[in-house]
Ligand binder design. Structure first.
Ligand code: HEM
Length: 528
């Protein structure tokens, strides 16, 4: 047989077998049904999902496998439980969970949390997709890096001691109004304790709106925003549909946000006119317009921040972020503060004693920043409430580029990285008996007051809370006035100390209270 014959017969044989193979494959392909293809794709998807999870998880704590493929613990995340979060924090300094395609890393030690807050090169605040639509893409809160730092500098001036003291008189008017309202509300229920969760949200909203917009916002507008604002919170929950479909939560939320920003736009114009006419500054919008106005005659670096036009729309968007940032956290603090103090008559007695002392026994004396600075014990009570029940327990950030969080773990780009606040604020090394409420732990020079690294209530780093001084001032003033002018009772239920997570944290029984008017000098309840 010639070489050619061998080659050609071999070729013939291989052609023959190739044809057979193709035929068999084609027959096979014809026999497999669509569902088999789907099953195969699903299996590939599941395997990919598990492998990708293992790769991202590396050595940190977390479920060995995604127990619920693809969705992960999505169903649990719809109804988050504080105890489940706590178990997660206790499972390791870094732990993880994967929901759908989102890989989430949770940092629960003080130092890792601080590191994340301060690593703006690697992370930025994580906002739910729909937030951009509700708060609008042009909103300053979505700025990052230097743009964010510069914008923040222009807002810092609105929350200095001097600026805050201007807002206090109109805030005090709101406090007086709500003292009467809480008493009236209680009277209608024969002074039997009833749910005060909604009333606390309302007073917080009214206080903020007065501080932000002063007299430019009407009582009706305040009531409307206070009534509807919860729809914005619901629309911005971590788990929500990213597209706005009519008559869904996000649609209602956007409507309320637009309505509120429209009101703020009008207020911004009124503030501009008022300051241009030489008017006094009494609210955040005034203070902002005044800074812009005064900067015209200066070339300092700070003044240059205001050398451009701030449109009414831009100002309204910023004011909306203040309301958005403050409403849930402040309502949470208000609920815990009124509950905790009512349950501890010794604490309330000390607050009352101090309140009379700082007013030289004249309970009609109006609030001032100097007076609030003298309320050492009252301030400690507010601070201890923030430590004991920090309104914000975690702050979600997103990883911009692979982030070596520890020498052995790098958080992948695109993952969610969550520094926690609660564990640092319950660290037994800094706070003895961390689960006890002890205002005295904050006396000057104490371990707690020196442990500044643990004080993460307001975050730290470039995004640290803009309103922290405002919070301390408002709550010391508020607690003082209620302590002097009302006797309030709290009905303790088995759920009072159980923590409910709704963006921030609240007592699970929604806070059952009743208020009576009190004579500030004798302590007697005033005629019903
Ligand atoms: C008890 C009340 C409050 C608590 C516990 C609280 C807590 C926080 C926390 C934890 C952050 C994130 C910080 C970070 O990422 O490092 C934050 C950010 C912020 N807070 Fe507050 N906050 C409160 C009230 C307020 C109020 C009353 C305002 C405004 C008047 C406000 C304005 C802001 C703003 C604008 C940011 C974002 C800052 C930025 O991205 O640069 N907060 N807050």
């Amino acid at each position: 047989m010639s070489v050619e014959t061998i080659i050609s017969s071999d070729t013939f044989v291989s052609h023959n077998s190739l044809n057979k193979t193709l035929e068999t494959a084609s027959n096979y392909l014809q026999t497999i049904s669509v569902w088999k293809t789907i099953v195969t794709l699903i299996v590939i998807g599941l395997v990919y999902d598990q492998v990708s999870y293992q790769q991202k998880k590396g050595s940190i704590a977390g479920p060995k496998y995604k127990v619920w493929p693809i969705i992960g613990p999505f169903l649990e995340s719809l109804d988050p439980k504080f105890e489940e979060y706590k178990a997660k924090w206790d499972s390791g300094d870094l732990s993880c969970v994967s929901i759908f395609h989102k890989f989430v890393v949770i940092a629960s030690s003080r130092d890792l949390s601080r590191k994340i807050f301060q690593s703006s090169k690697y992370v930025k605040p994580c906002v739910v997709d729909v937030a951009v639509k509700i708060l609008r893409p042009s909103n300053w809160v979505f700025l990052d890096g230097k743009d964010h730092t510069d914008y923040r500098r222009s807002l810092n001036g609105l929350f200095t001691q001097q600026a805050l003291s201007q807002y206090l008189p109109s805030q005090e008017v709101v406090m007086d109004k709500y003292i009467d309202h809480f008493v009236e509300f209680s009277k209608k229920n024969d002074y039997k304790p009833q749910v005060f969760f909604h009333e606390m949200r309302e007073i917080m909203c009214a206080l903020s709106l007065k501080a932000f917009c002063g007299e430019y916002i009407t009582e009706d507008q305040i009531r409307k925003v206070a009534d509807d604002y919860y729809l914005v919170t619901a629309a911005l929950e971590l788990v929500n549909f990213p597209i706005i479909i009519p008559y869904t939560k996000t649609w209602y939320g956007k409507r309320v946000a637009d309505m509120t920003m429209k009101i703020f736009e009008g207020c911004a114009q009124m503030a501009k006119d008022h300051i241009a006419a030489g008017g006094e500054s009494v609210c955040v919008l005034d203070a902002w317009c005044k800074l812009i106005h005064d900067s015209k005659n200066s070339d300092s670096d700070d003044a240059k921040l205001y050398h451009r036009e701030f449109t009414n729309r831009e100002m309204s968007e910023a004011i909306f972020t203040f309301l958005f940032a403050s409403q849930d956290a402040s309502s949470s603090l208000a609920c815990w503060l009124f509950q905790i103090v009512a349950d501890r008559p010794d604490v309330l007695a000390k607050v009352r004693e101090e309140q009379l002392a700082v007013r030289n026994n004249d309970p009609t004396k109006r609030l001032s920043l100097d007076m609030i600075d003298e309320m050492h014990y009252t301030n400690m009570v507010v601070k201890e409430t923030l430590r004991y029940r920090p309104p914000v327990i975690m702050v979600p950030y997103v990883v911009k580029q692979a982030f070596p969080v520890t020498p052995t773990y790098t958080a992948p780009k695109g993952s969610m990285l969550i520094p926690t606040l609660y564990p640092a604020l319950h660290d037994p090394e800094v706070y003895e008996q961390p689960d006890e409420f002890i205002p005295e732990r904050w006396v000057e020079g104490s371990k707690a007051s020196e442990g500044k690294k643990n004080w993460l209530v307001f975050g730290t780093g470039p995004h640290v809370c803009l309103g922290q001084k405002y919070v301390m001032m408002t709550f010391a003033g508020l607690l003082g006035k209620f302590a002097l002018n009302t006797n309030w009772t709290h009905e303790v239920t088995p759920l009072s100390e159980t923590i409910k997570v709704f963006a921030t944290i609240f007592p699970k029984d929604d806070l059952l209270l009743s208020f009576e008017k009190r004579d500030p000098l004798t302590g007697e309840s005033i005629a019903k």
